[in-house]
Design a protein around this ligand. Structure first.
Ligand SMILES: [Zn+2]
Ligand SMILES: [Zn+2]
Ligand SMILES: [Zn+2]
Length: 138
């Protein structure tokens, strides 16, 4: 168990449980690659789906992880940068989906341009994904 996991849970002011630690450890290890709840379920032994769902929701609300809709129909999750906290997310970076290895990567260095909508439109989520071939498959 890495110190980073405990540190993140501590900063998010979340009670530390075995399941939370294990789920967060999995997300830390996957780094800038977004993973689905199915993937996490396989990696964290013995976790049930409802517990996992609740943990992911809590993490997202605490600004630890963000969800990514990459067009595959599965919601994926990735660790946030340290600027996200208290439910306020600043994950305005590009997500890249590789059609060969089927991974989705956070490209934190590629910031999305601000989008201005007419004033009577309310943004609820941003889905900005580019698909293609990643650096490992190139
Ligand atoms: Zn975030
Ligand atoms: Zn690839
Ligand atoms: Zn991301």
């Amino acid at each position: 168990m890495s110190d980073k996991v405990l540190d993140l849970l501590h900063k998010a002011e979340l009670r530390i449980t075995k399941s939370r630690r294990e789920v967060l450890e999995t997300l830390v290890q996957s780094g800038d690659q977004a993973i689905s709840s199915n993937d996490i379920e396989h990696l964290v032994r013995g976790i049930d789906r409802i517990t996992l769902y609740r943990i992911l929701k809590t993490f997202e609300e605490s600004g630890l992880i963000h969800s990514v809709a990459d067009g595959t129909g599965k919601t994926k999750y990735a660790l946030c940068s340290h600027e996200c906290n208290g439910g306020e997310h600043h994950d305005d970076h590009l997500h890249f989906y590789c059609r060969i290895c089927e991974t989705t990567t956070c490209l934190e260095k590629v910031q999305l341009p601000p989008v201005r909508l007419p004033s009577d439109y309310l943004v609820e989520e941003k889905r900005f994904v580019i698909a293609g071939v990643c650096k490992d498959c190139h």
